[in-house]
Write a protein that binds this ligand. Structure first.
Ligand code: DX5
Ligand code: ZN
Length: 224
């Protein structure tokens, strides 16, 4: 699939979501952060807003659920038309059952890991998911500083996926910018969430192209 850019709406103007979505029409995805003020200390938006985002977005919706009880709530986001639904490993009671349900409803299933959550316990679950999200900040807020300490996990996730022969994507989220995206790509990430870097830019399209070309330049050829 190659490099994919998923700008996060968290840094957009929430009162003008339709025009903010139009600014990222050159991206591969629109990343939507759902926060419940329990799993993370912040509250954003929920299903009714995501339904409207899906209806007007020029690109597929990549839902990142930072919520407790994803076993109960995540399927609704797949039903609402999100093309990808990512839930947190730390919050899911039955990640395999949940990933199967999300896929059955027609969405890709993503499994997210907070900075302190290792990837190793989930390696046997790789056939059940379409993407591993390695958080590169503590989830909850945009505009935080990138955590380099998470890069070895990106590398280990990519190695485990390569060894498995599966087509599972590795997404990074948090502090991804023109300064940090090459390190992520070099470590093996292929889907890049960027909130403040895209929405804080004067020209979002130009920044998406810039991030894409930096990531492509730093991506290893397959198998290298
Ligand atoms: C943070 C969210 C991110 C956030 C990233 O918990 O999951 O998607 O929007 O924002 P930046 O790119 O500004 O770090
Ligand atoms: Zn996110």
């Amino acid at each position: 699939m190659g490099v994919q850019i998923s700008p996060s709406l968290l840094s957009s103007d929430f009162v003008n979501l339709e025009s903010e979505l139009a600014r990222i029409a050159d991206a591969d995805w629109a990343h939507v952060d759902v926060m419940d003020n329990h799993f993370v200390p912040n509250l954003t938006l929920g299903l009714p807003v995501v339904e409207r985002i899906v209806a007007v977005s020029p690109v597929p919706v990549d839902c990142h659920l930072m919520i407790d009880g994803p076993d109960r709530w995540a399927p609704g986001y797949a039903e609402a038309g999100a093309r990808n639904v990512t839930f947190h490993a730390e919050a899911a009671d039955a990640p395999v059952r949940l990933a199967r349900e999300v896929r059955r409803l027609g969405a890709r299933a993503g499994l997210a890991l907070r900075p302190a959550t290792p990837v190793e316990p989930f390696v046997d679950l790789l056939p059940e998911v379409d993407m591993i999200l390695v958080m590169t900040v503590e989830p909850g807020f945009g505009g935080q500083e990138f955590l380099d300490v998470c890069l070895p996990k990106v590398r280990r996730a990519r190695q485990a996926i390569s060894a498995s022969g599966l087509d599972v994507w590795v997404q990074v989220d948090g502090g991804v910018s023109a300064e940090t995206i090459e390190r992520c790509a070099e470590a093996g990430a292929d889907v890049f969430v960027a909130g403040s870097a895209v929405y804080g830019a004067e020209d979002a399209s130009k920044q998406i192209a810039n991030l894409r070309s930096l990531a492509e330049g730093a991506t290893h050829a397959p198998g290298v």
